[in-house]
Design a protein around this ligand. Structure first.
Ligand code: HEM
Length: 273
């Protein structure tokens, strides 16, 4: 077993490999003068025999690139698709948009844009995004998991190594759990403490438990802030006199579930400044 240590200082990035038993440094990609301000440890089980330092370093760089690619892919497409779906639902439901604009105006006014510090005061915004996550979880089957040992859940036997897909999309629309399940109705959350953070299994757009989404807090902040700013700064109209009810809501169903077709809408500035 090796450990990878990644260190950053301003724009210098270094990776080093340490032996797991005595944490002895085996090799490093950056010069010794790099003093680390931040560092993190990643365990890495290696089955490779590294013949020379160069091939070892090539392997390290590939792993690091894959880690960064995974983080970027997991972060950007999911948040963008959620914002896209939320805006589409708001355009389809002018009553909800008006109510949300009124809430934001009462907290922020019309002379400045919404800031991160305003978000905790925007309760209806929170309900709107929950409702959007319920109907449009961008990872409809979460990420495939596997059972490490035989177990029984709710009377169902799950054998060791079984591949498990959790259908968050179907759970969010389950008729036994949700009244008028297909309707976009944020008020359903009034007086409930149902949240998207993995504690309430009827709403799990970020998964739950140890392998739940580690970027959830960042994602929630981004989604709330961007949706609030889009709705506060602009009124949104559909092109060609299309009615809100005619807006196409087809899904591109796959491992992620974005809109099948681009959302086309016309913004009109509405702030005083
Ligand atoms: C609206 C935005 C997002 C949604 C809906 C979302 C949803 C999810 C879901 C459902 C999973 C799988 C959880 C499971 O299978 O139990 C996941 C995993 C993951 N997410 Fe997110 N995510 C979002 C944003 C982000 C952001 C902003 C980041 C990083 C900054 C991120 C990083 C990750 C990573 C690294 C994993 C894999 C975790 C693991 O395998 O242990 N996600 N996400």
């Amino acid at each position: 077993m090796f450990y990878l240590k990644m260190e950053t200082e301003s724009r210098t990035l270094s990776m080093s490999c340490w032996d797991s038993s005595d944490r002895k440094k085996l090799t490093s990609t950056a010069s010794n003068e790099t003093r680390s301000k931040q560092s993190s440890w990643y365990s890495y089980v290696s089955h490779h025999v590294f013949l020379d330092e160069q091939s070892f370093l090539a392997e390290l760089i590939e792993i690091y690139t894959r880690l960064l690619q995974d983080m970027l892919a997991a972060a950007m497409d999911s948040s963008a698709a959620t914002i896209d779906w939320t805006l589409a639902e708001l355009i389809r439901h002018p009553r909800v948009t008006k109510k949300l604009q009124t809430e934001i105006e009462s907290v922020v006014g019309m002379k400045r844009m919404v800031e991160e510090s305003d978000l905790e005061k925007l309760e209806y915004l929170n309900m709107v995004t929950k409702e959007s996550f319920r109907l449009h979880p961008v990872a409809p089957l979460l990420v495939p998991h596997a059972a490490r040992e035989d177990c029984t859940v709710n009377g169902f036997h799950i054998p060791k190594d079984a591949r498990i897909l959790i259908n968050a999309w179907a759970i969010g629309r389950g008729r036994r759990v949700w009244t008028d399940a297909d309707k976009f109705y944020p008020e359903r959350f009034v007086g409930t403490d149902i949240d998207v953070r993995g504690q309430n299994f009827q709403l799990i757009p970020f998964g739950s438990g140890r392998r739940g989404c580690p970027g959830m807090q960042l994602a929630l902040t981004m989604v709330h802030l961007v949706v609030a700013q889009l709705v506060h700064c602009f009124d949104w109209d559909l092109p060609d006199e299309m009615l809100p009810t005619e807006l196409d809501m087809a899904e591109d169903f796959g491992l992620v579930c974005p809109r099948a077709n681009n959302l086309l809408a016309i913004p009109t500035w509405r702030l005083d400044t």
